[in-house]
Structures are given as structure tokens and as C-alpha cells.
Design a protein. Structure first.
Length: 157
């Protein structure tokens, strides 16, 4: 890696951030802000429960509740208090959740946020749709896990 002046590096990073924000805005998705997380599963059909497994990126497993009827898996993710960003070169591909991993990696078979669905207490099912296209129903459980496509490390609450 060669040394580069700070100004071009900042300009490049600023351009990447602007492109990510523009992409999120074009897709109608907030990639910056998320409401305060409810740190528990939703009761009954009061909302969509979201489980995020941060184990592979140095964290634990967190659960939140997106109240009501979120319009998409991405809306459920932010509604449960988990902000995310897209990969700057792959719009719609979730790169970070709660700013993890700290470095956005290129999508590979060994390092990405996999997306899952379940019913309370039921088995996880890998999503055949992207989180922006999937519409979870109140009472459903959504799961996210970073790594090589392994399901979240807990049973759906």
C-alpha cells in the first residue's frame, strides 16, 4: 500500500459516503438513523422480532422489536433499532449493521450478512428474497448473521 496525501483520501472517503447516502435515498431507505431498540422479542403479533447475530464480528446476539407492520425486512431492521448501511458498489447489499463489521467487505461466500425468517420458536429459513423486497408479517421473526451464511446462533424467540 502506498502513502497518499490526506486530502485525496478524505475526498475519496467522502465520495464513497455520499454515494452510499445517495443510493439509500434513491431506494427510499434510511441508512443512517434507527429508532431506539426494544431489547426484547415482540409480544404476539405486536410487531416483527429481529435477531442480529454479531458473534462473528466480536459481539453477541441482540434481539429487538419493530412495532406494527414494517413494510420490508429493512424497515423491520431499522424499526427494531439496528441501523445499517449498504455496500457502496452493490446497492441493496447490507454491508454493516450497527456499524459492524467495522470495514465493509466485498460480498463473498465467507463474509456477508445472511438474512433469515422464522416463526416464534421455529426453525430458521434462509431468505430467497432480499430484505428490501421481503414483507414480514406482524408476529414473524427476522434473523441476520454475519459470516458464511450460517443461521443466527439462537432459536427464534
Amino acid at each position: 500500500m502506498t502513502d497518499t496525501p490526506a486530502r485525496p483520501a478524505r475526498r475519496t472517503l467522502g465520495s464513497i459516503a455520499a454515494a452510499a447516502a445517495l443510493t439509500a435515498g434513491l431506494l427510499g431507505v434510511s441508512a443512517v438513523q434507527a429508532p431506539q431498540a426494544r431489547a426484547a422479542a415482540c409480544a404476539g403479533t405486536s410487531g416483527v422480532t429481529v435477531v442480529v447475530d454479531f458473534t462473528a464480528v466480536g459481539g453477541g446476539i441482540q434481539t429487538g422489536c419493530a412495532p406494527g407492520d414494517p413494510a420490508s425486512g429493512l424497515a423491520a431492521l431499522t424499526g427494531a433499532g439496528f441501523p445499517y448501511t449498504f455496500h457502496p458498489r452493490y446497492p441493496g447489499f447490507v454491508c454493516t449493521i450497527n456499524a459492524l463489521p467495522t470495514t465493509c467487505t466485498n460480498p463473498t461466500g465467507s463474509a456477508y450478512w445472511s438474512y433469515w425468517h422464522a416463526q416464534h420458536g421455529g426453525p430458521w429459513s434462509y431468505s430467497s428474497l432480499g430484505a428490501g423486497s421481503y414483507d414480514p408479517a406482524p408476529g414473524d421473526v427476522e434473523g441476520w448473521a454475519f459470516g458464511a451464511g450460517a443461521q443466527p446462533g439462537i432459536t427464534a424467540p
